[in-house]
Design a protein around this ligand. Structure first.
Ligand code: BGC
Length: 727
């Protein structure tokens, strides 16, 4: 028996009633099957599909195999329910874009959305229906390797980027036949892992949870994300996988999320190691009670759910709710209508557009950190350029931490990029390896540098040094790279450092001594070309940091939206013994090396005439602010103007600054524009002493400027009620 299965094997399921009818026909084993996800290497997969014991498959990218499995599910299983095919498409499928941390530095929401749509389109054409992205964990600890996968430290920006990614992913389609589900992850506060170690304990207050870690998820749900992935970590002693308060009270009741909640990889099984369950049966029990709909690869649901229901330990209603959500998802994605995916080769793919988008995003992700004496840009006909460093010809590292179906063959190295953009090829030598301390070409590097007029250093981390389970305690340049940089600097020639990494590196010596520094991250397929275009001024840098760069690992976490404390350090930073009994260090300033929002251009911008159009307003009105922004340099450029506020007195303490709006503005030389910001006062709130979200009446400061440390300052007041004489 099946539901209106057509002769071709297609299975239609169009409305709620049909879903209810299908649910009514299912045995407990078939229900547990829908809630069971297996890895693609599972040995008895075909039999499990035939007997309805699998609802989804993880990490399979072969479209022929996917179509084969779908055919078995739809045509040979009793109820003919198609499978969900889930993959980690984090920053590209075949066309690799910069890592998400880098993409966020573009602050270009349309472009991030476009990249997500391209990635999802490529994935869909190879049979993927479910994408485990975006990762929207706020991350303020660059030791954590997964900072590479997110949008950085800021709540507002992360929410905007989350929305752009969900939009892009869920708007991908193949001539209207199928859609892709986004899966924002990891719910929640995974980025708050103690000491930056992956999977580590999290212990944060409920207010921090609500004000910092939940808002990006709210944003993703507001954008219509079809699913969510639950995080590995515990919060205050309860792993998210078994946390009813998180998954039922907050996720379902408060946020009203109706999509599918999937566990992270083997996270139900990991409840044993957490010490929260004594066996897999108990782990399954606690997870279904908490609200996990799909068990990712731990087999706990398929093995124990039927018995747990039969014994009365689990109310079948919980299982039915989960299965219903899964069937609705399959219906929304068009899988019941048509499970067959056209192999990519049979569809024309505009790869030119994809590669151009990858180049534009790679360019816009790059952050010019320092440019003393306008050393950059170089002239394209600059002679005697030496490219030195282990990442100069490296392609694989530029792909970044989630390669998916990408390939190093498609990547343009920095050497290739420079050779294409400059009139003559640079002379290249590695100098040293990234990790390995031995180096055959150190001396040769010095010899080549001696003959050069300008030296470009290609240094940083390999792709394998960030991402999941790739945390680092020391964030300096690994291997002998620092030694190489110092030896080359000692020659007294113009030196440009190009930092390629999956996280902010801690390189205070370079920040002080090297005149020009470019943070190029791991920029994907077109990274080398993008860096070369920036170095030679074909593109003007516009990226701005989304994660503060520390001066020292000892400052971590260092982020701009910190609290003032009762003994704030005053001035621009705190040096040794100058300010005793303040919240500071004896040995280094409080400020980061480079602040959140920082990023230079080859032109200059001036901010003038900040005007508050609404000096007093109520919590239901909009704050309206204008500022004049002008391009005071000689090149066209793009500036991201940032608006920050501070709520001066609250019934709980508030951060010293919070980003509430930004605008990317393109200006020609000499051009001036009036920028107008409209910020709903309702977004200036927080969870108060009674844990209610509200915008409190009172005085605020507002800044508009080029980064979190600079800007024009003004004030406004939020009133309890508008005074009677005002309309
Ligand atoms: C990661 C997730 C990922 C999942 C499936 C886990 O280890 O934490 O981000 O989506 O594996 O590959």
């Amino acid at each position: 028996m099946n539901n209106s299965r057509s002769q071709s094997g297609e299975n239609t399921l169009r409305n709620d009633k049909q879903i209810d009818d299908l649910l009514a026909k299912m045995t407990l084993e078939e229900k547990a099957g829908q809630m069971n996800q297996v890895g693609s290497s599972k040995s008895d997969i075909t039999d499990l599909i035939k007997t309805g014991r699998i609802g989804s498959i993880l990490s399979i990218k072969d479209v022929k195999k996917i179509n084969h499995f779908q055919q078995i599910a739809v045509q040979q299983s009793r109820l003919g329910i198609p499978l969900l095919i889930g993959n980690d498409v984090i920053h590209g499928y075949q066309t690799l874009f910069p890592i998400p941390l880098a993409q966020a530095c573009s602050w270009n929401l349309e472009l991030v959305e476009k990249a997500a749509r391209i990635a999802a389109t490529e994935a869909l054409r190879e049979g993927t229906s479910w994408i485990y992205a975006p990762m929207i964990d706020i991350a303020r600890d660059p030791r954590w390797g997964r900072v590479a996968e997110g949008a950085g430290e800021d709540v507002f920006l992360a929410g905007q980027i989350a929305r752009a990614n969900v939009r892009g992913t869920q708007r991908a389609e193949d001539a209207g036949k199928h859609k892709v589900a986004a899966c924002p992850k990891h719910f929640v506060a995974y980025g708050a892992a103690e000491a930056g170690k992956d999977y580590n304990t999290v212990d944060i207050s409920e207010r921090t949870l609500r004000d910092i870690y939940l808002p990006p998820f709210q944003a993703a749900f507001a954008e219509g994300a079809y699913s969510v992935m639950v995080s590995f970590n515990e919060i205050a002693g309860i792993p998210s996988t078994a946390n009813r308060f998180l998954l039922r009270t907050i996720l379902r009741d408060e946020l009203g999320f109706t999509g599918v909640a999937i566990s992270d990889y083997y996270a139900i099984g990991e409840l044993l190691a957490h010490g929260l369950a004594s066996d897999m049966r108990e782990a399954a029990l606690k997870s279904i009670q908490a609200g996990i709909d799909i068990d990712m690869v731990s087999d706990a649901y398929i093995d124990y759910l039927p018995e747990l229901v039969r014994s009365g330990a689990v109310d079948e209603k919980l299982v039915d709710e989960a299965v219903r959500r899964i069937l609705v998802l399959k219906q929304k994605l068009g899988l019941f209508e048509n499970f067959h995916m056209e192999p990519a080769a049979e569809i024309s793919t505009d790869t030119k557009e994809y590669r151009e988008t990858a180049l534009q995003l790679a360019c816009e992700s790059i952050v010019l950190l320092k440019n003393e004496g306008a050393l950059l840009p170089l002239r394209p006909d600059q002679k005697k350029v030496a490219l030195i460093g282990p990442l100069g010809k490296d392609k694989a590292s530029l792909l970044g931490c989630w390669k998916c179906s990408g390939s190093a063959d498609r990547v343009e190295s920095l050497y290739e990029g420079l050779s294409a953009v400059m009139t003559s090829e640079p002379e290249f030598v590695e100098g040293c390896h990234v990790l390995n301390k031995e180096s055959a070409s150190f001396k040769q590097a010095i010899a080549i540098a001696k003959k050069a007029e300008v030296i470009i250093l290609a240094i940083g981390e390999t792709d394998a040094m960030s991402g999941e389970a790739h945390s680092r305690a020391h964030l300096g340049l690994p291997g002998r790279q620092q030694e190489l940089v110092e030896a080359i600097h000692a020659l007294g020639k113009p030196v440009i450092a190009v930092l390629m990494s999956g996280r902010p590196l801690v390189t205070p010596w370079i920040a002080e001594h090297i005149p020009a520094i470019i943070q190029a991250w791991h920029g994907g397929d077109r990274a080398g070309r993008a860096i070369a275009e920036i170095l030679c001024g074909r593109a003007n840098p516009s990226g701005k940091l989304v994660l503060s760069i520390p001066r020292s690992e000892g400052q971590i976490p260092v982020y701009y939206a910190h609290k003032n404390t009762g003994r704030p350090a005053t001035g621009k930073g705190t040096t040794q013994f100058e300010e005793p009994f303040r919240s500071n260090y004896l040995d280094i300033p409080n400020s980061p090396q480079f602040p959140f929002g920082h990023g230079l251009s080859y032109t200059t911008f001036a901010y003038n005439d900040l005007e508050i159009k609404t000096p007093s307003l109520t919590a239901v009105e909009n704050l309206i602010v204008t500022v004049h922004l002008s391009n005071t340099g000689a090149r066209p450029g793009i500036e991201t103007a940032q608006l920050y506020v501070q709520d001066l007195v609250g019934n709980i303490t508030r951060p010293v600054k919070e980003l509430k709006a930004f605008q990317r503005v393109a200006l020609s030389p000499g051009e001036q524009k009036t920028i107008r910001f409209e910020v709903p006062a309702s977004t200036l709130g927080f969870h108060d002493i009674q844990m209610r979200y509200q915008t409190e009446p009172g005085d605020f400061k507002v800044w508009v400027g080029p980064n979190s440390a600079e800007g024009l300052e003004e004030k406004f007041t939020i009133m309890a009620k508008r005074a009677a004489f005002q309309i």
